[in-house]
Design a protein around this ligand. Structure first.
Ligand SMILES: Cc1cc2nc3c(=O)[nH]c(=O)nc-3n(C[C@H](O)[C@H](O)[C@H](O)COP(=O)(O)OP(=O)(O)OC[C@H]3O[C@@H](n4cnc5c(N)ncnc54)[C@H](O)[C@@H]3O)c2cc1C
Length: 413
């Protein structure tokens, strides 16, 4: 059996390791357009801040592929997939055959379609190269940065730049940061915290056009017709799954590769995992992309089980985030901003003095979403309640009032 895995991020790596654990002899090939052995993508912003170095974020040893008897093609990009011949074609002209194929190609940052976007010192933050590009421009004298986008990556980029002593402003189209994973109340708390720690947060603002000087960015015209000066930009406007090479292959693509409960695509023998996979989501009851590390790990493993023939149902992903923002701890999971249609019940509690906030979202007597600020210690218990879909009845009032969720839950057993 020949297993071919496209991508050596955490989804591809988890899959390769799992296959090898189950079958010591099969042929496993990994192709990646990046030249690096597996590393922790969430940690690249610490390269920007200077708190970590390249070696600190490498997560497998240099002889990893050799030890696991995996054939590896690093720095090689897959350009085309032929499902009839079961071959992939690389940009180098080589081709590789498979019996089972895993697409684990992750996502690319969305670039902005505005004039001046090709000027120097405009970066994205997705891989090690991007992080070192940003560091280099700081070392070459950049003083004032604009981070465009208030999601997790934008926030992490801003933190890294601030740590380097750069003057940073975040420009956000939505009314508060982390709007995909926070609600209005927690988003505003996050905004306040960022501002208290030296970051400027400009909401409702976006770039209409970048201006340059000798090929280098020097500022931008904004949507409100104001002009702001800066000499370094990080565009953090979200990501899009890497699926271009699957065009015309016959593999079903919506936003990402659409997969079933066994992480298999519409083409038998082709699976997908990680940021590229549009897989079942446990609370939305539809296919979604939850582009986070733990989901990629789990999907990589479950895809591998199914590839080797151990039929394993994927329980569905749960979007979740835990993040420390200076002195504010924030956690969210599931449906944080429920649609106004649908029978959702919202319970919330906010204490301005301690900046403690809790929001519970329920549907059909089950917890389906949470947002917690400064009361996250036992938040994992709430995430477990969401994933188990247990009816919680009157417990909801205790869960709202108290933070020792574990004791609240144990009392009922
Ligand atoms: C700055 C930053 C901070 C983050 N912070 C967090 C965090 O705090 N918590 C969290 O849970 N998540 C975080 N994430 C998200 C997390 O990193 C991703 O969800 C996770 O890395 C996805 O893994 P993956 O294996 O699916 O994709 P990737 O890690 O993107 O790997 C994709 C692989 O596919 C390869 N590839 C792509 N196209 C081709 C092609 N055509 N041919 C060959 N190879 C190809 C790439 O080279 C790469 O090896 C962060 C992401 C970033 C960028």
């Amino acid at each position: 059996m020949r297993y071919l895995i496209i991508g050596n991020g955490i989804a591809g790596t988890s899959a390769a390791e799992t296959i090898r654990k189950i079958d010591a002899e099969c042929s496993i090939t990994v192709v990646s357009r990046e030249e690096t052995i597996p590393y922790s993508r969430p940690l690249i912003s610490y390269l920007v801040s200077g708190e970590l170095d390249r070696n600190d974020i490498i997560i497998r040893s240099s002889d990893f592929y050799e030890k696991l008897k995996i054939d590896v093609y690093l720095g090689k990009s897959v350009e085309k997939v032929d499902i009839e011949k079961r071959q992939v074609f690389l940009a180098s002209g080589e081709f590789l055959r498979w019996d089972r194929l895993l697409v684990a190609t992750g996502a690319d940052p969305r670039m902005m379609d505005v004039e001046g976007r090709d000027l120097r010192n405009i970066f994205v933050l997705r891989n090690i190269g991007d992080a070192f590009g940003i560091v280099e421009s700081c070392l070459s004298g950049a003083k004032k940065a604009a981070v465009l986008g208030g999601g997790l990556v934008g926030f992490k980029a801003a933190y890294g730049l601030l740590k380097r002593g750069i003057d940073v402003s975040i420009f956000i189209t939505s009314p508060y940061p982390l709007s995909q994973v926070a609600d209005e109340r927690s988003g505003k708390l996050i905004k306040e915290t960022l501002e208290n720690h030296g970051l400027k947060v400009e909401v409702g603002k976006s770039v209409k056009k970048f201006e340059g000087n000798r090929g280098k960015v020097c500022g931008a015209l904004l949507n409100d017709s104001s002009f702001v000066e800066f000499d370094l930009v990080v565009v953090a406007k979200g990501v899009k799954p890497v699926v271009g090479f699957l065009k015309e292959s016959g593999v079903e693509i919506n936003r990402g590769v659409v997969v079933n409960d066994f992480l298999e695509s519409n083409i038998s023998g082709i699976y997908a995992a990680g940021d590229v996979a549009e897989a079942p989501d446990m609370v939305w009851a539809e296919n979604r992309i939850n582009a986070i590390w733990p989901v990629a790990v789990e999907q990589g493993k479950i895809a591998a089980f199914n590839m080797v023939g151990l039929r394993t149902r994927y329980p569905g992903s749960l979007g979740r985030n835990v993040i420390r923002i200076f002195d504010l701890d924030f956690m969210s999971g599931g449906i944080v901003n429920p649609p106004s249609s649908g029978k959702y019940e919202i319970l919330s509690r906010f204490d301005r003095l301690s900046k403690k906030y809790k929001k519970l979202v329920l549907k059909d007597d089950r917890l389906v979403g949470i947002a917690l600020a400064n009361c996250v210690e036992q938040g994992g218990v709430l995430l477990n309640l969401i994933s188990h879909g247990r009816k919680i009845g009157k417990l909801k009032f205790d869960l709202l009032e108290r933070d020792d969720y574990y004791s609240v839950i144990s009392r009922t057993h």
